[in-house]
Design a protein around this ligand. Structure first.
Ligand code: FAD
Length: 409
């Protein structure tokens, strides 16, 4: 480690630099102070805006029900130095220096929290009327589309596509969602779980076209590979996101197949004194026996506590969360906790065509994941049961009238 100072009996680094002023970066800076760190914290963010939260961008902010979603953090009061509109360009690990668009920044400990960038449809960078939905600026560009009730084509029936379609329908837009797979959320959920979700599109008046591959996007139209042409006042692309790590090339920080920083179970990278947290990093999950790359808000909230504790030497803080996320789509509150694979046993609680249901995944008799639609109590209880690894009784579990916590073996 670089220079150290004594604080509260623990050797503390003097300068912590955090790259990325999103949820994970801001929470890391705040957690450092909460855990007693007294040295310098510099938070570097490429975006010019006061740091803000992303989930409202596809919900209240998009609909103009909220102006923004800035974090309620007193940066000055906490002694956190914010450098906004400043892009990190490279890490010189041997020298403990971060190169940025505003010049070199020395560090003792560096935390990578650069998040993820949305994937584009190739060749659409300069096509007018094609939008992404990741940043406050993206949401600001999309607000007039909704306010003007344009006809919108959404590419991708994932979480972002569904949330955007929900908001656009609420605003009175005609919405068509094109999806290359045979169902929504094909990468995340099995066909039998996605089937009732596909019906939500139709119920809301959204046209969902599956097995529909985009050949190209022109100004005012999306052309599918079967030659059909969908007129579009605006196009929103929601086909996933990739860790924003291209700038780390040559730094020595080891990256995985998806470009994510390969962190260890304390969120340390392969380079000494460099941590990684949030959407930009994967970590080995002892609980699930595989490496997880989680692109959800709760991971960007929880990981920073581990980073702060570990870099301050406070606890042997192994990061092994039960992942959690929520989505608000088509008037439903959808929540997921845990992690499942195709090999896990799937059980329904409730009717798929009903207003509220839960799907559970069991591995060796224990709950490993659940998806709850309009059943937040199932989610809360299920999350604790996953955490504890409690053996479950499958027959009791399938009874939606019985509380999940009363379905133990
Ligand atoms: P980010 O929020 O991406 O922040 C990273 C920051 O780093 C960005 O500001 C970026 O500009 C900056 N940066 C990148 N590269 C550099 C560089 N080289 N130099 C300096 N700065 C850099 N999750 C849920 O669980 N539920 C939801 O309902 C939900 N809704 C969402 C809605 C939208 C529209 C989006 C986009 C995401 C949503 N998410 C949701 C996901 C959640 O917001 C993310 O998981 C979370 O924001 C990740 O935080 P992060 O800090 O790791 O990354």
């Amino acid at each position: 480690m670089g220079e150290q100072t004594q604080g509260q009996g623990t050797a503390q680094p003097r300068r912590v630099v955090v790259v990325g002023a999103g949820m994970a970066g801001v929470r890391t800076a705040v957690a450092l102070r909460e855990q007693g760190y007294t040295g310098t914290v510099t938070l570097i963010g490429a975006e010019p805006h006061q740091p803000y939260d992303r989930p409202p961008l596809s919900k209240a902010v998009l609909l103009g029900k909220a102006e923004g979603s800035a974090f309620d953090v007193d940066f000055e009061g906490l002694g956190l130095e914010l450098r906004l509109g400043c892009e990190a360009l490279a890490v010189r690990a041997d020298a403990h220096v971060l190169d940025t668009s505003e010049g070199p920044v020395p560090y003792d400990v560096l935390v990578l929290a650069t998040g993820a960038e949305p994937v584009r449809v190739p060749g659409t960078e300069d096509v007018p009327g094609v939008h992404l939905l990741r940043t406050l600026d993206d949401a600001a560009r999309l607000r007039p589309v909704l306010a003007g009730q344009h006809d919108v084509v959404v590419v991708g029936a994932g979480w972002i596509g569904a949330e955007f379609a929900t908001a656009a329908r609420e605003a009175g837009c005609a919405v068509t969602v094109v999806e290359a797979a045979d169902r929504p959320l094909a990468g995340a959920l099995p066909a039998e779980v996605a089937a009732p979700m596909a019906a939500w599109y139709a119920d809301s008046g959204t046209e969902l076209r599956t097995r529909a591959r985009v050949a190209r996007i022109e100004p005012g139209a999306v052309i599918l590979d079967d030659g059909s042409r969908l007129p579009a006042g605006a196009v929103v692309v929601g086909i996933g996101a990739r860790p924003a790590t291209a700038w780390l090339a040559g730094s020595g920080v080891q990256l995985g197949d998806q470009g994510e920083v390969l962190a260890d179970d304390r969120l340390r990278t392969s380079v000494p004194d460099v941590y990684a947290v949030g959407d930009c990093a994967s970590f080995p999950s002892g609980r699930y026996g595989e490496r997880l790359l989680v692109h959800h808000w709760d991971n960007a909230l929880q990981g920073p506590r581990t980073v702060a504790a570990d870099l301050l030497g406070l606890t042997p803080a192994v990061y092994d969360p039960v992942p959690y996320f929520w989505s608000e789509q088509f008037g439903r509150f959808v929540q997921y906790a845990g992690h499942h694979t195709g090999a896990d046993r799937l059980l329904w609680r409730g009717e798929p065509d009903g207003p509220a249901w839960t799907v559970c995944w069991l591995r060796e008799g224990r709950l490993v994941a659940l998806l709850a639609v309009g059943r937040p109590r199932d989610l809360a209880q299920g999350r604790r049961l996953i955490e504890a690894g409690t053996p479950m009784d499958a027959a009791l579990l399938a009874d939606p009238a019985r509380p999940l916590k009363a379905a133990t073996a």
